[in-house]
Design a binder for this molecule. Sequence first.
Ligand code: SF4
Ligand code: SF4
Ligand code: SF4
Length: 351
Amino acid sequence: MERITVTINGNQYQALKGSTILKAAEANNIHIPTMCYEEGLSIPGCCRMCVVEVKGARKLLAACTTPVTEGMEIQTESDRVVEARKDILRLYLASHDLRCLTCERNGDCRLQDYCYRYKVEDTPYRGEQKKYPVDISNPFFFRDYSKCIMCGKCVRVCAEINGAYVYDFMEKGFDSKVTSAFDDPNQETACTFCGMCVQVCPVAALVEKSVMWAGRPWEMQKVKTTCPYCGVGCQLKLKVKDGRIIGVAKDKSGSNLGHLCVKGQFGWEYVHSPDRLTRPLLRKNGKLEPVSWEDAYNHIARRLSSIRDQYGGQALAGLSSAKCTNEENYLFQKFMRTLIHTNNVDHCARL
Ligand code: SF4
Ligand code: SF4
Ligand code: SF4
């Protein structure tokens, strides 16, 4: 791809022709703050946090929507830029339910991070404040509109990636808010509980219930793993505290690009269930009794061989699982065909 030369903060860099100022800066390790921008979603350019100063331009320009041009001279942290960002933050704070002390996103919140970065401690824009009831209607996450900064990322991810179109902007001016149709509780919408909106929310307006009072973000280990539910193999990061899973964070390195469905996002509680089998059980005289792995395998081998020898391989069928790896599924069908002598092999994905 063709490259052009731009100057950012007095230094010359190469940038891909046609890329935005934001992408060109990121590619050269220059961080421009954003609130409404999310990789992979459409770009509304509405929050104005990413404004930069471009030589010759009368107004500050949004870095997420402005393409770079040959010889462009950009200032990402000039006094004018910083003052504009400070004012945007002060406006956010004017209608924000600022209770960082016990907020679940304390330490992992863009509003907090940027206020710290630009030394914004308070707001001069005092006035009426909206206090909305928290929507706790669904089993997996809550919505706290009083903390919403209306970046619109939940609206776009739900529509553009999931296709569920649960959220949109409602009302106008001071009364505007992001919510579902008719302001219905989330449980009564078309929500599939994929949790993508929770993952993109930059503040604590959307938070998993499982992390409530479970630990501070900096106390959680993030353990990268593969979702065990189906053959897609989505990548995710488990939030782990004191050896226990308390939530799931996105991991963008896999084919799922950080997006999950309800199973990968919220279906992990079984991991700590006391009802899980920890050793093989064999039914003896109508009652399940614990046995060793060796006894269990010997029993399975004996029964399979005797059925095959007495009735033929067609009397048996093998049902495998999407939770196994490709290699395990390959071995399973090989085992059924070559040792059990049947092609009756199927898979739970066809349920
Ligand atoms: S969302 Fe962020 S700024 Fe708001 S209370 Fe929570 S940590 Fe503080
Ligand atoms: S959980 Fe998924 S489907 Fe439900 S509102 Fe959020 S993005 Fe939309
Ligand atoms: S709920 Fe979160 S993601 Fe949605 S508009 Fe509000 S701040 Fe943005």
